[in-house]
Ligand binder design. Sequence first.
Ligand SMILES: Nc1nc2c(ncn2[C@@H]2O[C@H](COP(=O)(O)OP(=O)(O)OP(=O)(O)O)[C@@H](O)[C@H]2O)c(=O)[nH]1
Ligand SMILES: [Mg+2]
Length: 185
Amino acid sequence: MCNNSLPEYAFIGRSNVGKSSLINLIINKKNLAKTSSYPGKTTSINNYLINNKCIIVDLPGYGYYRRSKLMKNNFLKIIKFYIRNTKNLICLFQLIDIRIPPQKKDLNFIKWLYKKKIFFCIIFTKIDKISNFVLNKNIFFYKKKIYKKYNYLNRFFKTSIKKKKYKINIINYINKLNFIFNKGN
Ligand SMILES: Nc1nc2c(ncn2[C@@H]2O[C@H](COP(=O)(O)OP(=O)(O)OP(=O)(O)O)[C@@H](O)[C@H]2O)c(=O)[nH]1
Ligand SMILES: [Mg+2]
């Protein structure tokens, strides 16, 4: 948890969804956040100070099936404590692997975010791994599912560590939020 005066942006999602990889891409540092092809790599809350302007936070993933139930619950508790108690958490980026149908673990986490009124955006990851047709279809169904349940559509982004051009939308959005944050302080 970090209660300093800078705006903070955190990345959350199931283990292996690509949180650490996306952070490296966004901050342009190849191996700063540790990544792995095996789930469960990030096991602590890692803060990265970006140009003295904001803090990017890499969170451990939730729901890694090889962890014991106790460990999974403890990780979830730590993540939720961080999210609820970080004063300057401006936006939480919820990462979703768009190759697969909506997963209960993600939908439960999203439900909790709505319940606790946490501001979040959704990032669909690994878009290089499916065709444009499947991508658009999956995004359509995801949006529909969320809209039907909450009557509200979050801002959505799509990304890939292989199709680097998509990161600019997230960078621009963070810059915009930084600007708004600084104007209000
Ligand atoms: N093809 C492809 N692979 C990706 C993409 N993003 C991440 N990966 C791969 O997915 C695997 C997991 O990436 P990580 O960034 O470690 O995932 P994580 O969400 O931080 O995982 P945990 O730390 O275990 O919670 C790695 O092998 C990455 O190279 C993507 O956009 N496209
Ligand atoms: Mg990670």
